[in-house]
Design a protein around this ligand. Structure first.
Ligand code: PHE
Length: 354
């Protein structure tokens, strides 16, 4: 490399040559390395490779030690400038990394409100069922469940629908077998409760029921009812009406307008239906109420003596009333929902409104 004994001029020329070469190739290497630095690890690697005391630039300073003293300052200056150049590469790579990571990883806006946890809501049918239950529970009724798959006896026969009775055609039934069916109303639970217990009996029986009907804005193949039953000595028809009015006022509000109409069910006698003012037209008459101004919300009546006999009660000793509330009907009226099918489609945009 450099031999001080030689002719000075020659030696200087040779040193200059080799130093210039080293600088040129090292400069290209450092520039290339600095261009690709993207992480703090790569930045540190660059520093160790080039700028640390034993790094490539440091090595050149080692070589400077053996340069003749009279030319040392000149080459020392040259090398110093090179080191400042490589250090500048390092600094600009460093600021680049710091600015990008500050923008993406560590920026926190402390003025933002906290993220809320998404909460579910109860289905509108469930809300109506819960409200109906709590009104009747507060009047002293208990709550009882029954099976959705029933036999002909509980769904029809014990309820005073004899075989071939025309009333059986009023309810289009899903039969699973000759004698097995999906219950078409919650009234069969009346039979089960009365057979299991003795009066006084005061229960409601909420649940799903099924009918083989054409699906439309007004009817669906499955819906819910809340059946009610009260059997004791001296239960009267006026008690039935009083209970229904108390329920309707508690549910729809005390300003509610209602009326009772005579009706027919095989398992009650006398029977009635309760109407309330149409929610859409407020009683003026419209398409929803078929121009009548009224909407039917429930059926009811005094338990038929034949039904009491079927469950082993003496109709001379006991009387009772029963009622059946349509839960979908009630929900639609309460929320002004234009189509019953919305209650079964589980569209979140609809359900989130309740
Ligand atoms: N079960 C009847 C129906 O589904 C309603 C009802 C229940 C009527 C109890 C009278 C008494 O239409």
């Amino acid at each position: 490399m450099f031999y001080p004994e030689y002719n000075k001029t020659f030696a200087m020329a040779e040193f200059q040559d080799s130093l210039a070469q080293s600088i040129t190739s090292l400069r290209a290497k450092a520039e290339e390395a600095a261009r690709t630095i993207a992480t703090t690890d790569a930045l540190e690697k660059f520093r160790i490779e080039f700028l640390a005391r034993k790094g490539s630039v440091g090595q050149l300073f080692e070589e400077l030690k053996s340069v003749p003293p009279d030319v040392k300052p000149k080459y020392g200056k040259l090398l110093n400038e090179f080191r400042i150049f490589v250090d500048a590469l390092y600094q600009s790579a460093k600021t680049k990394i710091e600015s990008t990571s500050a923008e993406t990883d560590t920026f926190i806006d402390l003025t933002l409100p906290g993220r809320g946890l998404p909460l579910g809501t109860r289905h509108p049918i469930t809300q109506t069922l819960d409200d109906i239950k709590s009104i009747f529970v507060s009047m002293g009724f208990g709550v009882v469940d029954g099976p959705e798959i029933e036999d002909d006896y509980h769904n029809f026969e014990a309820l005073n629908f004899p075989p071939n009775h025309p009333a059986r055609d009023m309810q289009d039934t899903f039969f699973l077998d000759k004698d097995v069916l999906l219950r078409t109303h919650t009234s069969p639970v009346q039979i089960r409760v009365m057979k299991e217990r003795r009066p006084p009996l005061r229960v409601i029986m909420p649940g799903r029921v099924y009918r083989n009907e054409a699906i439309s804005a007004r009817s669906y193949c499955l819906f819910h009812q809340v059946e009610g039953l009260y059997v004791d000595r001296n239960v009267s028809f006026s008690e039935l009406k009083g209970t229904l009015v108390a329920f309707a006022r508690a549910f729809y509000g005390s300003s509610l307008k209602y009326k009772f109409r005579p009706s027919f069910f095989p398992f009650t006698e006398p029977s009635l239906e309760m109407d309330i003012t149409c929610f859409l037209c407020s009683g003026k008459g419209c398409r929803v109420c078929k121009q009548s101004g009224w909407l039917e919300v429930l059926g009811a009546g005094m338990v038929h003596p034949n039904v009491l006999r079927n469950v082993g009660y003496d109709p001379e000793e006991f009387t009772g009333y029963a009622f059946g509330i349509g839960v979908e009907r009630t929900t639609i009226l309460r929320h002004n929902i234009p189509d019953i099918r919305l209650l079964f489609e589980n569209d979140m945009r609809f359900l989130k409104q309740f």
